[in-house]
Structures are given as C-alpha cells and as structure tokens.
Ligand binder design. Sequence first.
Ligand SMILES: [Zn+2]
Length: 381
Amino acid sequence: MKIIDGLVFHEGKGFVKETLCTEKGCFSLSTSEDKVLDAEGCYVIPGLIDIHFHGCAGHDFSDASPEGLAVIAEYQLSQGITSICPASMTLSPKTLQNICQCGRNFSRNNLADIARLVGINLEGPFICNAKRGAQNPDYIRQADFGLLKQLQEIAGGLVKLVTLAPETAGAMDFIRQVKHSELKDISISIGHTDSDYETAKNAFDSGADHVTHLFNAMPAFTHRAPGVIGAAFDTPRCFVEIICDGVHIAPPVIRAAFAMFGSERIVLISDSMRATGLTDGKYTLGGLDVQVSGRHATLTDGTLAGSVTNLYNCMRCAVSMGIPLEHAVQCATINPARSIGIDKVYGSLDPGKAADFLLLDKDLNLVGIYKDGINVSCNLI
Ligand SMILES: [Zn+2]
C-alpha cells in the first residue's frame, strides 16, 4: 500500500509531508502493492502502545478471563491502541499466576480486529503500604525473586515490568538478583513507594530503569526532599510514566515534567480501569469498590482508583495542555515501545516494522486505524 500526501510523523523531526509504503503488513521503502490510501490533510502516526492500564469496556485484566481480555483488546484497538501491555493489580500469587497464564494464552492469537498483547506489567505486589493508592493492602508482599521467576515462567517471558518500592525489606537485593539472572530483561519500575532520594537513586544505580506513574503514589518533589522524582531525573536512562487524563496531574505539572524530563523519557499511560468506555456508576478495581463519576474513579475514601480514559485521549489531553503534538505522539508510541524492549518491531513508521498506524484529522480526531497494514476502521475513512 502507498499512503500519499499525509503529514508523516518522524521522531525528532516532527511531521513531514511524504509518501509512506507498506508491503505484506510491514512498513517498507517501496511497495509492489497497488492500493493507494489518500491521507491528504491527515497526520499519520504510529499505532499507540499502552503499557500501563488495567481494564476497559467492563472488563479488567486481573479478572484473568480470556473472553474479558478479548473485549479489552477490541476496545483498545477501536481507540487507536494497536499494542497493549496490560497491568495486574496487587493480588495473591495464585491470582497473579492465573493472570499470567491468561495473558500468555491470549498473546498466541494475534487477531486482525483486536489489539495485540505484547507484554504483561506487574503493578505490585512488592509495594509499600503507605503509598498503596488503590492497591489492596491484603496482598502486599516483600520483594520475592522466586515469585517473579515463577510468574515469568508461566507468562512465557511476557512479563516486561514489575513495580517495586525500593525502601521495603529485601528490595535492593531483589533488584540485584533480577539484574544478574535470566530475568534481567524485566524492567524494574519504582512506584507505590515512600522512598527518599538516596534509596531511589541506589535502586536506579542497581538496575531499576522505570517509574510507575510519576507523581502519583510517591512522595512529592520538594526543594530539600527531591525523592523518587529527583532520583529519576538524575538517571538519564530511566523512563517515567505519566497519567495524562486531566485528573491525576495538574496541567502546569504536566508541562513542568516535559520540560524537566524531555519528550525522550516520558511514557504516557492511561492507567484505565474497567469503567473506561462505560457510564458512571459502581465498579471494582483489584477487589475494592470504586465509584465512577465523570472523569473521576475513586475508592470510598476518595483515593483515585485509576483513570476512565484511554491512551489516545491522554495523548490529546497532553496536547490540550500545551505539549506539542510531536512530543505527545513520541510519548505514546516509540517511548513505551523502547521502555519494554519491543521497539525493533513496533512504535514507529520505519521500514521493517509492523504497519500499525493511525490517521488523525487536523482537530486530532481519529479517522483511520490500521494494524499490520489492514484497515480495522472502515466506518471511519
Ligand atoms: Zn495502575
């Protein structure tokens, strides 16, 4: 296929009017295929990749339900998220085993009309009680290499991220053990933590390279206590997740975070829960009751319990807060791909990569969704 006259996204360069080619489901330098897609007046960007969300359309990854996961993946693709790395909550080892097994089985059938599962994000259970947020305190555990190893075996290597509070007992040994073992490709993400700067910096220096939803569920960044945020800033190879739903973080803080970390290090995430795409009402998250009202999902005590938005809308939200479109796109595509090590195949429009791309009109409405070079949104364009 030839995609002509679109404004094509290039990392570091922004948008360039040029022709893009695909061949047999991958981007290519030229093509023998006859099909022409007229993208005049549209931005052409890579399919989005959400590496931290829990559920949507009434289902949660932690339900460990194959049917539910299919509905989740269908909803995500319909919103322009072509690859997903859903997150488990802090739950019992048995439940986490079931979730990992379910994710592994699901990843085997990459169907055309649903998002592909490219990884599993374990949000806990190795977190700190004081900053548990909406995680269930009953299942918080000390860092446990054996459990992570077992879960990765069950997941068939799909576990890409594990959240860890570095100040908890055994956490530093856990990081070193993971990074010197066959599990070394799993990113250790600092989060749900009460850690100070020194402890967090020690964790990064020992091998952690990611932060779970920067600002949320961690100490604030203040002038004499820089905390996890300061330690992440001082660790250039570390990616930081940001929930940009217009609720979790105030717009000036989003702008400050982009100025501080740069668009190379931020990973936009939705952190969405099962009510996403549905109406207000009562739902659950990780076994806890959640009330959804407008853009807010909260536990009974008012604690924020994930978002009710998807990654596409988070990207648009960032733009509405003053972040340049090319930066927001980078943070929802190639950065998440790099942060979980799938950037050789996904996350950009470069030759050889899977032809996952979106067409956006000038007002950033989603008008075309393509996965592996196939149009999955014939009602749109
Ligand atoms: Zn989460």
